[in-house]
Design a protein around this ligand. Structure first.
Ligand SMILES: O=P(O)(O)OC[C@H]1O[C@H](OP(=O)(O)OP(=O)(O)O)[C@H](O)[C@@H]1O
Ligand SMILES: O=c1cc[nH]c(=O)[nH]1
Ligand SMILES: [Mg+2]
Length: 216
């Protein structure tokens, strides 16, 4: 929704028609919990395809049933997907569908409803997170403070190569995150109009965690 020309180079809006179509279904208030979860998973798989588009390859010798050949395999850092609990888990599943051997980390953060400051309540990362390409996932980038705090935590754990993926972003969140972590590529399916007075993304999709898990 926001003029792409105004975006920093580190931000990619995934405009693939399947992603955009599924995102529209996801946003609709009539979409049930089960359908919401399924759509989030499908969109995440497609996002993982975009996020991993530039992974390096090397050639290796294999044998087909008919003859030997040189064929490409992934050669760079192994992957770690870090989910920002709890709504991040709705994205994690679809990413793991595409890269099932990735390691997984979790950062538990909730946004205090009064202050909007992210509060950390859980952290579990693979021991070798510093050697991996880390993809941090959370459906919503609203004020940007949860994502910025998660990336700072990962840097404390010595992670060096980090990407961030969300379904929806507010312009305010993009600005906060890219200023705090300018070297981190950010992938989103939409940059919506604005944040409202409760720091909800408008038009948005509501509360991602509640819609994924059927809570209020
Ligand atoms: O950019 P911010 O303003 O920090 O807001 C975004 C955060 O808010 C939501 O989580 P929430 O606090 O609702 O926790 P939940 O995932 O447990 O529902 C969302 O999943 C992000 O983590
Ligand atoms: O719009 C928003 C903002 C933060 N968290 C959500 O789940 N939705
Ligand atoms: Mg929530």
């Amino acid at each position: 929704m926001t003029d792409a020309a105004a975006l920093p180079d580190s931000v990619t809006v995934i405009r693939h028609p399947l992603v955009q179509h599924k995102l529209t279904l996801l946003r609709q208030k009539s979409t049930s919990t089960g359908e919401f979860r399924r759509l989030a998973r499908e969109i995440s798989l497609l996002m993982a395809y975009e996020l991993t588009r530039d992974l390096p390859l090397e050639m290796t010798g294999i044998e087909t049933p008919l003859e030997p050949m040189q064929a490409p395999i992934l050669s760079g850092k192994k992957l770690c997907i870090v989910s920002i609990l709890r709504a991040g888990d709705g994205i994690l599943e679809g990413m793991l569908d595409l890269v099932p051997s990735a390691r997984v980390g979790h950062i538990g953060l909730y946004r205090d409803p009064e202050t909007l400051v992210p509060v950390e309540y859980y952290l579990k990362l693979p021991e070798d997170v510093a050697e991996r390409l880390v993809i941090v996932v959370d459906p919503m980038l609203a004020t940007g403070h949860s994502a910025a705090a998660a990336l700072s935590r990962l840097k404390q754990a010595r992670a060096e190569q980090i990407r961030f993926a969300c379904l929806l972003a507010a312009p305010e969140g993009v600005s906060v995150l890219t200023q705090a972590h300018p070297e981190v590529p950010v992938f989103t399916c939409s940059i919506d109009r604005e944040l409202d007075d409760h720091a909800y993304i408008r038009p948005g999709l509501g509360d991602a965690g509640d819609r994924l898990y059927g809570t209020k």
